[in-house]
Design a protein around this ligand. Structure first.
Ligand code: KG4
Ligand code: ZN
Length: 335
């Protein structure tokens, strides 16, 4: 019954992160180096620049994670690293680094699916446990998943085009709000009228848990162009608020419907969009009204981080799932 201390490493996109987590839940450290300021001027993540920056900082990020946890490499039992989905060059940096550490120390290495990592953020610093229905909405993914047990998933729905976060980013860009768009839209929407525009919603028929956000994005952009062409003064906050409300309506109602469909009364959210304040507010209200138990991971565990990877890696490890050192990065890895 010895504790298991996992070093989690995440480099799938533009965050270089390393964390130390004990027994899948207790976060001893969580160091996140964000490249947002570097990519901001390009309006999005530039893959080649991301890889190079990961290489430059990963050594220090891992060292800081160990220092903050007041331990050394000798105290690490398992190394867990994201191997997909994500940008291939970015993934390879963390993966090679983590494999080398595990090989050098002669300890097990576990490759983690990034989406599984987002789900596992729900286990950090608390006692939330499966089974539950989870909405994962990030820059790259939108899924509704039935989490039957640790490491056991049934995907109930997914996006057929853009991910929810991608829609936030693209609409924010069209509105001139900059990158990343999610937090900007969240903020400016507080001053806008969410009922000003009634944009279309996709796949709202019963028992359909898939998403589509590209039609919504196009509708927002077309409306904006039309008003501008007519010489109207446009209120960006109204656009942001109406768009955000549309996405929150769709995400929250599908999550609740999926829980009903599966007859599960615990729900949770994960991924960058899970930090959206209107989404949290709406889900709290719905869960309260309809008798669901809802769990939100801390905001810092919603966007990309090493702690969620360490947690997922821990639950894989204790179930006997370890990876070979020949594991490659898989950019389009599915859950
Ligand atoms: O999970 P994440 O950090 O990275 C991926 O795995 O993609 O998610 C990043 C995404 C971005 O699209 C960002 O705009 C969105 O999450 N996001 C938000 C908010 N904070 C981040 N979207 C809506 N509201 C927010 N407050
Ligand atoms: Zn992510």
């Amino acid at each position: 019954n010895k504790d298991t201390v996992v070093l989690g490493i995440e480099t799938s996109c533009d965050e270089t992160s390393a964390s130390v987590v004990k027994n899948g839940k207790a976060v001893l450290s969580n160091v996140i180096y964000s490249q947002i300021n570097i990519h901001k001027k390009f309006g999005g993540v530039v893959p080649e620049i991301a890889s190079r920056n990961h290489i430059e900082v990963i050594g220090n990020v891992v060292k800081e994670a160990l220092d903050e946890a007041s331990i050394t490499l000798d105290d690490i039992d398992v190394v867990a690293v994201t191997y997909g989905p994500g940008l291939v060059g970015a993934l390879l940096v963390g993966l090679s680094y983590g494999k080398a550490l595990a090989y050098g120390k002669g300890i097990p290495f576990v490759g983690v699916n990034h989406i599984e990592g987002h789900i596992s953020a729900n286990y950090l610093d608390g006692d939330f446990e499966p089974p539950f229905i989870c909405l994962i909405a990030s820059g790259g993914h939108s899924h509704i998943v039935f989490v039957k047990d640790y490491g056991e998933y049934e995907v109930l729905g997914r996006t057929v085009d853009d991910a929810a976060g991608e829609a936030f980013d693209k609409v924010a860009r069209a509105l001139g709000l900059g990158y990343p768009g999610g937090p900007k839209i969240d903020e400016i929407s507080k001053n806008g009228d969410p009922y000003k525009y009634n944009f279309p919603k996709s796949f709202m028929e019963k028992d359909n848990f898939d998403f589509s956000f590209s039609g919504l994005k196009t509708a927002v952009i077309n409306q904006l162009h039309k008003e501008r062409q007519n010489g109207n003064e446009v209120n960006i906050a109204d656009y942001a608020a109406s768009f955000q409300m549309n996405v929150v309506d769709v995400l929250s109602s599908k999550l609740i419907e999926a829980a009903r469909y599966k007859n599960i009364n615990k729900i949770s959210i994960a991924g960058g969009v899970a930090s959206n304040s209107l989404l949290r507010e709406r889900l709290l209200k719905l869960a309260d009204e309809e008798g669901f138990m809802i769990h939100f991971p801390k905001q810092v565990y919603c966007t990309d981080n090493g702690a969620m990877i360490a947690s997922a890696g821990y639950f894989d490890y204790i179930r006997g799932k370890v990876s070979g050192l020949d594991l490659n990065a898989i950019p389009y890895l599915k859950l």
